[in-house]
Design a protein around this ligand. Structure first.
Ligand code: SF4
Length: 332
């Protein structure tokens, strides 16, 4: 498995910026390559000091600006993501996408075609994570003209056509019978199903498998609706405000707070950098009925779904506030 780090372009950019101390930040899956990369960069930039951030970084929203300030580096290099839709760092930061070099063989494309035939669909929306963006045009070419294929415009100029994030599926909001997502794991594909309310096929470039994950999406949606129903008549809400740079959404917090108050609800705002069941339990009291998380909307759906009280996404809170239970809104 390998990724394009484009060391020579990166070295040139670091030299151009005159940086002498550089912090490198990687998502979990790419940190494995960090020491090797430092060796390569150091050979062309022997006078530059490189530091590797060992802190978790879960998304483009989570840029290590605080760490970079604390360590007094000149430049931060963030790998594996394009800039986040709703936040651009104030600290000098370079984004290196680290695209995967994996190719798709004819057999995998045939599996996809067969699956689409089986489903008797005519139109397809194609999306991917940033790592596999270059595969979309090849898939589109292979499926056309048998199927009408749409690759939607992204929500920011920093993203590729068809690119999705765990909390941003706007490039998938096109007319299509089925969503096809190119990614490893289930994270992005499940979110895609929740966001579009459409059948989802996942094409995994690592395993070369094509899987219909619609039943898994329905299962999650059922759980989400049970949380919404439980929260409908609740009185006391805790609104969680994120403290990671890209997860701090004060306007969203204010808006939820004022709408809930106007409905006669009692609200508390709690700030949080890392949210898990223990953090909720330490804060929880019998009179607290429901939590709504404005930091990362994947926490309620992926991590906190088994908490004993409803933990909602902003989209789910909106469904309650507007008293409109259909369609299911994800994530905002
Ligand atoms: S807020 Fe959550 S889903 Fe969105 S980019 Fe950050 S970690 Fe990913």
């Amino acid at each position: 498995m390998s990724y394009v780090f484009d060391e020579s372009a990166l070295s040139q950019e670091i030299r151009k910026r005159g940086a002498k101390r550089v912090l490198l930040q990687f998502p979990e899956g790419l940190r494995y390559f960090s020491t090797e990369l430092v060796q390569k960069l150091s050979s062309s930039l022997p006078d530059v000091e490189f530091l590797i951030s060992g802190e978790p970084s879960w998304g483009a929203c989570d840029v290590a600006e605080d760490e970079a300030n604390l360590l007094r580096v000149d430049l931060l290099v963030h790998f594996g993501h394009s800039p986040y839709t709703w936040y651009y760092p104030k600290f000098p930061t370079l984004f290196v996408r680290a695209e995967s070099t994996l190719e798709l063989d004819d057999e995998t494309i045939s599996k996809l075609k067969n699956k689409l035939e089986e489903m008797k669909v005519n139109s397809v929306a194609l999306t991917s994570t940033v790592q596999h963006a270059s595969l979309l045009s090849r898939i589109k070419k292979a499926l056309t003209p048998r199927f009408k294929v749409e690759i939607g415009r992204p929500s920011s100029p920093f993203m590729n056509d068809g690119q999705v994030l765990g909390c941003d599926y706007r490039s998938a909001m096109v007319e299509a019978d089925v969503q096809v997502n190119v990614s490893g794991g289930l994270f992005h594909a499940l979110g895609l199903g929740l966001a579009t309310n459409k059948p989802v096929l996942k094409l995994d470039p690592y395993t070369k498998q094509v899987e219909d994950i619609t039943p898994q999406v329905f299962k999650i949606m059922k759980i989400r609706y049970s949380k919404i129903m439980e929260a409908m008549d609740s009185t006391t809400w805790v609104i969680v405000q994120g403290l990671k740079v890209g997860q701090n959404r004060p306007l969203m917090v204010r808006s939820l707070e004022s709408k809930l108050k106007s409905m006669g609800k009692k609200t508390f705002v709690v700030t949080s950098k890392v949210l898990n069941q223990d953090a909720l339990r330490n804060l929880d009291r019998s009179y607290i009925d429901v939590f709504v998380v404005t930091s990362c909307p994947r926490l309620p759906t992926d991590d906190l779904y088994s908490y004993e009280k409803p933990v909602l996404t902003p989209g789910e809170a909106k469904m309650i506030i507007t008293n409109k239970l259909e369609p299911y809104i994800f994530p905002w």
